[in-house]
Design a protein around this ligand. Structure first.
Ligand SMILES: Nc1nc2c(ncn2[C@@H]2O[C@H](COP(=O)(O)OP(=O)(O)OP(=O)(O)O)[C@@H](O)[C@H]2O)c(=O)[nH]1
Ligand SMILES: [Mg+2]
Length: 419
């Protein structure tokens, strides 16, 4: 039978109960992604967070009374609990206590397919568990079963477990470095492409857009964190340009920080991008919060200043009033439906406009005997015209500025570069 859970959120002077309700709604989605059943929600009003119990003693007793009544298997808090808070709560409630981070970690673990994703999730899970070993973690322990850690055991055992975990963490970090180097090698040779990265909230439609534009078949599902690995595909955006489009792991508010850190290399594709496409699901009533979260994570990753376009997807099922509001604040946004193929040409044209800003047209004359220079130009730019004269060829090429810096140096040793 499905596990039955109670979701708990805390409204404070800084966070009103309406916001908390929305956050619990989302936590509910996360929990359902794991196949659990949400029995009820519980919102507590507090002036400040209690360091020992997170919420007040009286409310803890109220929750305790609900456990047999609602036949609860778990109580899940929307915010991260400190190791002390979760330990104390577990003692009083004698049931499994979790927080949003541990739910997200479990989803990631279930959806991880590649070795890289698995390694990243295991690392994030162990870092999350390390300070919290004094309790039982039925679900997360299953994920890391391999190393024989028994949390919730006696003090000496915990010391042993901590050591095991630390050793494992450094091993995983080494493995990730290794995978990172391999990825670096793959990335070489992609320099002469314009690189576009899809980023955005989970379930916004990133993979759907990639599939539509590049005629691929990346997994698309109406569930959170369907994609964990990065996919890069070529897209012929017009007659002259092939763009590299990448799709990667989605974001969500309150994403565990060590998860973001572990997925650094997966997100590397976005780091190397010439253009970021922020994909927002405009059919969600909280789409503006999603945009804020996306921006915050981009700031954390140091990517906020990269050229970007904001794409509002799913216009086929949006609320007309919300559309008016969003459009007023984001007149430059691109409004599409990837599923219904609406306004996709707007998206293509906007990307092309950005691309052209990074591109220059070169006219270069090369002696026909200089095959090396001709090959350099052909490999690193797009030759759109060639006029042969007696013993030279006049090439008209399109080249990205960042490529030209490098190409120019290479060419200078071969020929006189005029412009
Ligand atoms: N109505 C509607 N649904 C869409 C649209 N685009 C995508 N979807 C649906 O939204 C759900 C999520 O789409 P994905 O492409 O998997 O989303 P994603 O951003 O890749 O999600 P993650 O990989 O989980 O981060 C799927 O059920 C899609 O069919 C759209 O334009 N309109
Ligand atoms: Mg996806």
């Amino acid at each position: 039978m499905d596990e039955r859970v109670l979701l708990v959120g805390v409204a404070t002077p800084l966070q009103n109960s309406e916001t908390v309700e929305e956050h619990l709604e989302e936590l509910g989605e996360l929990v359902r992604t794991l196949g659990y059943e949400v029995a009820d929600q519980f919102i507590v009003n507090r002036k400040e967070i209690s360091p020992s119990l997170y919420i007040g003693k009286g409310k803890v007793q109220d929750i305790k009374a609900l456990i047999p009544m609602l036949k609860l298997d778990e109580v899940i808090f929307d915010d991260d609990l400190s190791p002390t808070q979760s330990r104390n709560l577990e003692k009083i409630l004698s049931t499994e206590i979790r927080d949003r981070s541990s739910v997200i970690l479990e989803i990631f673990a279930r959806h991880a397919r590649s070795k890289e994703a698995k390694t990243q999730v295991e690392l994030a899970t162990l870092e999350y568990l390390l300070p919290r070993l004094t309790r039982r973690w039925t679900h997360l322990e299953r994920q890391i079963g391999g190393i024989g850690v028994r949390s919730g055991a006696g003090e000496t055992q915990i010391e042993v477990d901590r050591r095991l975990i630390r050793t494992r963490i450094s091993k995983l970090k080494k493995e990730l470095k290794h995978i990172d180097r391999e990825r670096e090698t793959q990335r070489k040779g992609r320099d002469s492409y314009y690189r576009v990265a899809l980023v955005g909230y989970t379930n916004a439609g990133k993979s759907t857009i990639l599939n539509l534009l590049t005629k691929s078949d990346v997994l698309v599902e109406d569930k959170l964190f369907a994609t964990l690995d990065t996919t890069v595909r070529q897209w012929k955006i017009d007659k002259y340009h092939n763009v590299l489009l990448s799709d990667t792991v989605g974001f969500i508010r309150k994403l565990p920080p060590n998860l973001v850190a572990s997925f650094r290399s997966t997100l590397q594709e976005a780091r190397d991008a010439d253009l970021i496409l922020k994909v927002i699901d405009i059919s969600s009533p909280t789409c503006m919060d999603h945009l804020n979260t996306v921006n915050e994570i981009l700031i954390q990753m140091g990517l906020f200043t990269l050229p970007a376009l904001t794409i509002f997807n799913k216009i086929d099922r949006m609320d007309k009033d919300l559309f008016g509001l969003v459009k007023r604040d984001h007149p430059d946004g691109i409004y599409i439906s990837a599923l219904k193929h609406l306004k996709i040409d707007d998206l293509r044209k906007s990307i092309l406009d950005k691309l052209r800003m990074e591109e220059m047209t070169l006219n270069i004359e090369v002696p026909l005997t200089n095959t090396k220079a001709i090959a350099l130009l052909r490999d690193n730019s797009m030759v759109i015209e060639q006029v042969f004269e007696d013993d030279t060829v006049q090439l008209k090429c399109l080249c990205y500025r960042r490529v030209w810096d490098w190409l120019r140096q290479r060419l200078e040793s071969e020929i006189d570069v005029l412009n």
